[in-house]
Design a protein around this ligand. Sequence first.
Ligand code: GCO
Ligand code: MG
Length: 409
Amino acid sequence: MKIVEISTLLTCPGRNYLIVKVRTEDGLVGYGDATLNGRELAVQALIDRHLAPWLTGCEAERIEDIWQMVFRQTYWRGGPVQMTALAGVDMALWDLKGKLYRTPVFQLLGGKCRDRVRAYFHVHGRGDDELLERCRAKSDEGCHALRYSFETADPFERATVYRQPHQDRISEKRIEVTAETLRNPPRWDSRIYSEDLLRITAVLRRELGAHVELIHDAHERLSAGQAADLARKLEPFNLLFLEDPVEPLHKDSLALIRSSSTTPIAMGELYNTVQDCLPAIQNHWIDFLRVDVSHFGGITGVRKAASLAEAFGVRLALHGPSDISPLAHAANLHIDYSIPNFGIQEAVLPVGELLQVFQTAAAYRGGFLSLGECEGLGVEVDERAARSFPYRPAYLPLIRDNEGAVHDW
Ligand code: GCO
Ligand code: MG
């Protein structure tokens, strides 16, 4: 069954998503997600101009072979743009194969290892009180795993507020910034943030009790020493994990954190290949691997990393932010169902205009995600609706330190 067309659709139902569509000679269609936040056009050009002509005519069922062709035979390996393009094509091929055999993708991956998938959600508050109130509300809804973030005022220059990356509470969308905002970015001070994090975490643990799972994302903003110190001081509060304590290029820093503390560590949303994950996994520096199905060569790529992690007792907590589409969130679920070393799933529920473009078989109830009856990924794409929400240029935010130098975001 030959591929006759690979095309892309860039849509902005609230934020930008790049949808990949693969069509075969039998008229079957599969969809995948190739969204790379802030670099959508680069991925789109790679798929439309380079991959589509090259892959047209290939056998659609030979998913691994196509994966190897794109990963190895193009000579230029890895990197976020290429691995996102590959991810979109790979996901679409799995979707298509599921539709061909009229079965959900998790069946093709070996079948279910669990009946439902434990999920965690983002909770953001401006200060201790607001954060606590929102955590309580989320936990009253039945969600007992919370990734908390907050804003903190500079004690010396009270007008300066430090913000952590977060998603809007109502729409669950990250607030993207315009070119104008990039010229005057907000400030950041890791020392002040670390002190406030310790205070806020103590409040949350005390007020929410021992059984709520707490997750904190440091978003690669700390130095190795700061992260090691913080991880050690967070031990009494029993986090499920501390995420991305250091930036991804500083993999060796994880060794210092591990030798200083027993706080579980999660990392991986900025890794693109199994080779990127290797040191963290084989040295037992992390407890949870958080790769992103859309930036890691799709389901085929993530399955490779999952097997490697399984051998070292590392569990998966796949990246599931609002900047990947319901197609990728569904792909996450199919993987979560079918791997033995699942940990927890980061979740965002589709709202607003997103629901006009994507109808997903994924459902959420009382802290768990599940998939209803479905074929392929279980996501219907309304292309007409997608076309009615044209691309809007948007950027990831920047921050600078108090002297005005660039700081990791
Ligand atoms: C998370 C992440 C994201 C990223 C975003 C960047 O853990 O959910 O850190 O929110 O900031 O994916 O585009
Ligand atoms: Mg993160």
